[in-house]
Design a protein around this ligand. Structure first.
Ligand SMILES: [Zn+2]
Length: 145
């Protein structure tokens, strides 16, 4: 049975038992989980990050972008969640799926690369700050004498 809507439930921790028709959203953990809307019973996890999905919580309900494509499951269902409504998208051909996968992988890689650069920058900044501090304390100790 294809579902037509989901009910968002805001939780801190994702519960062990996932009920059909509910979209569990954990803001602290930036992720959501729901049972595949085709009714196959598979659990679909949608982490929120620039390389994964984005959640918008509006007056009319929640939306998740981009679409949810369960290529890895038997059903291969593909749908959008817009204002709590399920908009069913056509099945993608295996060629289209391959394209989306490739795009996802490169999105993820560039996101990880960005994170790593940010980390490196922080590290070198920290190194610079601690160097300056040690030079200053060296001067201080010289002048005190
Ligand atoms: Zn399914």
């Amino acid at each position: 049975m294809r579902m037509r809507s989901v009910t968002p439930v805001f939780v801190e921790f994702i519960p062990d038992h996932i009920e059909e028709g509910l979209l569990y959203i954990s803001e602290p953990y930036q992720t959501a989980i729901h049972k595949c809307c085709c009714g196959c019973g598979e659990e679909v996890v949608t982490p929120f990050s620039p390389a994964d999905w984005r959640l918008t919580n509006g007056d009319k309900g929640v939306s998740i972008t981009p679409s949810i494509g369960n290529w890895n499951y038997k059903c291969k269902s593909h749908y959008f969640i817009r204002n709590n409504q399920i908009l069913w998208a056509g099945r993608m051909s295996s060629q289209q799926i391959e394209q989306v996968r490739k795009r996802d992988i490169s999105d993820k890689q560039s996101y990880i690369a960005q994170l790593n650069t940010a980390k490196k920058e922080t590290k070198s900044r920290n190194w610079f700050t601690s160097m300056i501090k040690s030079i200053l304390s060296l001067f201080e100790s010289i002048f005190r004498k």
